[in-house]
Design a binder for this molecule. Sequence first.
Ligand SMILES: NC(=O)c1ccc[n+]([C@@H]2O[C@H](COP(=O)([O-])OP(=O)(O)OC[C@H]3O[C@@H](n4cnc5c(N)ncnc54)[C@H](OP(=O)(O)O)[C@@H]3O)[C@@H](O)[C@H]2O)c1
Length: 278
Amino acid sequence: MTAIPSITLNNGVPVPQLGFGTYKLPAEETRDLVLRAFEAGYRHVDTAQMYRNERAVGEAVAASGIPRDELFVTSKLNNAFHAHDDALAAFDRTLEELQLELVDLFLIHWPLPALDRYTEAWGALEEIYRSGRARAIGVSNFQPNHLRRVLDAGTVVPAVNQVEVHPWFGNEEVRAFDREHGIVTEAWSPLGRGRVLDEPTLARIADAHGRTPAQVVLRWHVQRGDVVFPKSATPSRIEENARIFDFALDADEMAAITALDRGERTGSHPDEENRTDR
Ligand SMILES: NC(=O)c1ccc[n+]([C@@H]2O[C@H](COP(=O)([O-])OP(=O)(O)OC[C@H]3O[C@@H](n4cnc5c(N)ncnc54)[C@H](OP(=O)(O)O)[C@@H]3O)[C@@H](O)[C@H]2O)c1
């Protein structure tokens, strides 16, 4: 397999541009599927307290035999823990669940603007960062107005903003804001949860390259400079999704995929997600 390139975060830490998403993987299969991804060449795995699978991810890391410094592990602060002390305690539990001494990236999962404690949570993440137990910190689902407040209140610029991006939802305003502030955009649900894959435009481009629509979509993301971590519980797709670094889309193909944008999210709008019970 062609090597997976890395992107350098604003603090110098490299992140592999392709990772493995773990949201909604079947609990009893998560460990084996993450191991499968490592075998297919992935070195980056995206989990979260909310996914309730940090332990299985940690077991896969331990069982893989891959040196820890060759792996990139991300987790995220759950919505119930924005208060400073709660965030610190929740982070300790993340390390315990993962059985790791540090994570490579730790994010605030949702801003929860109605609760309005995300700048407090950011203060806790800065402490975690300074302690050396997270090599980088960032946010997820932050709109520019949320990010501006973090930039004003904090001393560390978030290294990433993990937000929904796929051909039906380009999220261009947020991506532009991230870019202007040296924040790497990570595209969640990069395949639109599989729903975008029947687009005829994708079939046409896939045929022209002898690839699948999923490979074409993932290639589009990486050529745009975003980080992606498609999720699949299907071993053949896990491998397929990693074979995207040995072909390239031309400018017309890139533009045709970008033109599929119809402003359609598969998940919550960040201003409307206010659940603290999961
Ligand atoms: N920060 C956040 O708020 C947030 C929110 C959502 C997601 N995420 C992260 O982003 C990751 C990816 O997003 P996602 O899981 O929502 O959706 P996704 O990766 O866009 O799509 C996953 C779906 O696509 C299917 N699929 C995968 N590869 C395929 C292929 N090659 N051909 C056809 N179908 C394929 C999968 O089916 P099978 O599994 O049946 O193969 C699954 O139904 C998550 O796992 C999570 O780590 C973060």
